[in-house]
Design a protein around this ligand. Structure first.
Ligand code: HEM
Length: 414
């Protein structure tokens, strides 16, 4: 399994197992320990929402993540949200000055690369954009990662973004008592989504055109967008949601049952197999997989693997989602649902408006992709998105593109 993970399409190893056993929840029993994996929407809903008190992040997960996430909000089970919540009040997240400043810097870098006809690794660039914005928003201090220009136009960066982050965060810890690790989540997931949106705009120029028309219709060619603009920009929201559906930045997650065993409800109807509830042992890890749930044809239809923003506009498909909201959980669900959701939508929409006011075409520059990061040729003959994916999506804590996403931007001629 470990070997196949290295060469397979993201989470495909698990999908193969679910298909082989025709079951959406399985016990892998790795090394003599119960180890449950699930792509079952009903089971995930139970773990996160309806059966919430029966689960927690758990000891083993906490130990594993302690070095990286520390004692912060992402790694705690107690009620810690109240400290962070005021930071995401509506007035704060609708103050777009910060977004404007860093969008302008980011697009300045893009423009200078475009003038030289050079490609840009947008995964790296957006990581800096979201990190600088977030550090100013939360701590009032900019980490200035956009200014040093590391690794932007060269595939051989002298220092990676994460190394830089590691250098900078020690300082951040000192100057504010608020959970500084929030920065990682806040920036990396928004950056991940913007990266995949740019990927889709590049491979679906018709979507880029349609989105740009909406931007120009509502905001004109130069004016900064407002909160009211976003409310009316239905296609913008559809493009963001469709990207979050196919590439949720948190593609898998883990919970642990508490001291008592419990029953998982009957499985969803993906395989129409056994409809009995399942026994969930005590103190056992369950890994759930939003990426597979959000691409499950039994929930989303036969075009589940296709990027089709219209599914967020068609009344019929919306009705399906409204009746069953946990089929789409990029921000999780239940009491520990993401508190930065609206901030993220605002930041992404803001940036995309500013981007599309200036640029109208995006092309993948796969020749810049480092060796070993092109999608393997054997994916071509397989089922699902891997047969046509142009990049190599990979999952660590969050989803990313192996080797970065190399793109050339093309200025719109007004
Ligand atoms: C597209 C962007 C984002 C996505 C997809 C996302 C997704 C998620 C997910 C899946 C969780 C649940 C994690 C778990 O329970 O283990 C979460 C939690 C959280 N998110 Fe986000 N997030 C995004 C952006 C943000 C931003 C911008 C912020 C802050 C401004 C933020 C702050 C938080 C916090 C504080 C939690 C922890 C809530 C708790 O455990 O009670 N997120 N997010």
């Amino acid at each position: 399994m470990m070997g196949s993970f290295k060469t397979s399409y993201v989470l495909d190893v698990y999908l193969q197992l679910f298909e082989e056993y025709q079951s959406t929840t399985l016990n892998l029993r790795v090394l003599w320990r119960d180890n449950i994996i699930s792509m079952d929407q009903e089971h995930m809903k139970f773990v996160l929402a309806t059966g919430f008190p029966k689960f927690w992040r758990g000891k083993s997960q906490k130990e594993r993540m302690e070095l990286f996430l520390g004692e912060g909000i992402f790694n705690r089970d107690d009620e810690h949200r109240s400290i962070a919540r005021p930071f995401f009040a509506r007035e704060r997240i609708s103050d777009f000055d910060v977004f404007e400043r860093y969008s302008a810097r980011t697009l300045g870098i893009v423009s200078s690369l475009e003038a030289r006809n050079t490609a840009c690794d947008v995964q790296d660039l957006y990581g800096r954009f979201t990190l600088d914005t977030a550090s100013e928003f939360l701590f009032g201090k900019n980490l200035d990662t956009l200014m040093d220009g590391i690794g932007l136009s060269s595939p051989i960066a002298d220092k990676t973004f994460l190394e830089h982050l590691a250098d900078s965060t020690e300082d951040t810890v000192r100057f504010q008592p608020l959970d500084h690790k929030i920065l990682f989540r806040l920036s990396s997931q928004t950056a991940c989504t913007l990266t995949y949106i740019t990927y889709f705009l590049a491979i679906h120029p018709d979507v880029a055109q349609k989105l740009r028309s909406e931007v120009l219709e509502h905001c004109g060619p130069t004016s900064p967008p407002t909160f009211d603009h976003f409310r009316n920009m239905k296609y913008m929201r559809a493009v963001i949601n469709e990207t979050l559906r196919l590439f949720p930045p948190v593609p898998l997650n883990v919970r642990e049952s508490r001291a008592a065993p419990c029953l998982l409800p009957p499985p969803d109807r993906t395989y129409f197999s056994d409809q009995r509830p399942l026994y969930m042992p005590a103190k056992t890890i369950i890994m759930y997989l939003p990426l597979l749930i959000q691409r499950n044809p039994a929930l989303w239809g036969n075009d589940a693997d296709e990027f089709r923003p219209e599914r967020w506009i068609d009344q019929e498909s919306i009705a399906k989602y409204v009746a069953n909201p946990t089929m789409f959980t990029p921000f999780s669900a239940g009491p520990r649902i993401c508190i930065g959701q609206n901030y993220a939508y605002n930041q992404m929409s803001y940036f995309l408006v500013r981007l599309l006011q200036q640029f109208d075409r995006f092309t993948l520059a796969t020749e810049f992709q480092p060796e070993g990061s092109h999608p393997p040729s054997e994916w071509k003959g397989r089922k699902g998105r891997q047969s046509f994916e142009k990049i190599w999506p990979s999952a660590a804590l969050t989803l990313y593109v192996k080797g970065g996403l190399w793109v050339k931007f093309h200025k719109a001629r007004l």
